[in-house]
Design a protein around this ligand. Structure first.
Ligand code: 2BA
Ligand code: 2BA
Length: 109
């Protein structure tokens, strides 16, 4: 068995979970936030049999889209009299960041 951990954008999370359930995957959605943007995202956990991993990844790929987001970087620490003109930076948010881990033991208690 494998544990698929997928960090996805908030906008895609509900559609993804619905699509996974339609294909009879079991899923748990956690609210999370990105370290860099500090914006909320979602982490979807899927415990799946080894031979189902590719099918699960395909559902993730089909339902998670890459987007560009414009962010304002943190201003630097200023000395008195210094002037900082903030300019927005474009960040490419991936459709999903996916980790696949081996599960040593799975129990339903
Ligand atoms: P965030 O950390 O909020 O990152 C959002 C996007 O900002 C990233 O998109 C990437 O394009 C950019 N970014 C992140 N760190 C950066 C840095 N140090 N310098 C320049 N740009 C940076 P994604 O790579 O698609 O990641 C989306 C979200 O997936 C991340 O949100 C984070 O929550 C998660 N993630 C990505 N890689 C991860 C990893 N190796 N471990 C754990 N979580 C990860
Ligand atoms: P839920 O997905 O809301 O599922 C609640 C209960 O509904 C499940 O209890 C199970 O009895 C039933 N159920 C879920 N999916 C089903 C399906 N495709 N067909 C028939 N019955 C189904 P538990 O199995 O005790 O799971 C409790 C919670 O643990 C789940 O909440 C989910 O959040 C998590 N979970 C269970 N198995 C998981 C897995 N393989 N991967 C990720 N999360 C899992």
């Amino acid at each position: 068995m494998k544990l698929v951990v997928a960090v996805v954008q908030d906008d895609d999370a509900d559609t993804l979970v619905e699509a996974l359930l339609r294909k009879e995957f079991r899923a748990t959605k956690l609210s999370s936030s990105g370290g860099f943007l500090k914006a909320s995202n979602a982490t979807v956990l899927l415990g799946v049999e080894d031979e189902q991993v590719d099918a699960a990844l395909q559902v993730i790929e089909d339902n998670c889209t890459s987007r560009t987001q414009v962010v304002n970087p943190m201003p630097p620490i200023m000395e008195p009299g210094e002037f900082y003109l903030p300019y927005p930076v474009e960040v490419q948010l991936g459709g999903a960041t996916v980790f696949v881990l081996s599960v040593e033991r799975f129990e339903r208690i």
